[in-house]
Design a protein around this ligand. Sequence first.
Ligand SMILES: [Zn+2]
Length: 277
Amino acid sequence: MTATRILTEPTPSTISVQELTRFCDDYLSADAFKDYAPNGLQVDGGRAIQRIVTGVTACEALIEAAIADKADAIMVHHGYFWKGEPAPITGMKGRRIRKLMQHGISMIGYHLPLDAHPLIGNNAKLAEMLGMTITGALYPNETHPVGNIATCPPQSAQKLIAQITQALGRVPLHISANYSAPNSTDANMEHNRLIERVGICTGGAQDMIEQAALMGCDAFISGEISERTTHIARELGIDYFACGHHATERGGIKALGDLIAQQFGLPVTFIDIDNPA
Ligand SMILES: [Zn+2]
């Protein structure tokens, strides 16, 4: 397992887990979102916070790394208690939570609020990494929309692939809008133009591609891909770039950690538990 550590370490101090959570709840407007999991404090480790570890997902490897780092709290984008999952704290979930409790480590999770935040959110950070400027929302009529529209200098799909590869350290899976069916006589199936208006939503947001097409985007960037996404991209004439769920969601939680380190003078370590999906 590869774990990359990036350490931000100012003078150590102590805060309560409630104070830490209150600050993040306010900063991210966590209460405003209807989410698939509770945002904020999910597991109370019962002690004050001096050291924090951040990561994308509160998996067992991250918990082990936090124990080794002597952290008092883990902060993640993917926590526990997702809508529809079995409630009993048994099996894998039981082992994770038991480990946290036994070591007095709190776990704090922010999901949609951390995707959507205009400054430190996953979408904002991905746009920044790709040299794009966010100009609006994919769903402009929602009060707290997740998903953005961004602009970039007009460029080919090949150039965008190179840029994504450099920014995220992995080659995206690209579905070209410029597709003609075998033996097709329908010239409308071919879409050949430069990309300058892009829909962005990190993670498993591949099904927002139709909305991106509706909003006039030349391309859509997300993390995952489904079989149907290929056909949607080709038939709606919008390029699709699947850049990895994990890879596109490192930016937000890392930025939140940097903010907390500055705000409270606590050492915050971002630990990247390698995930190719
Ligand atoms: Zn996600």
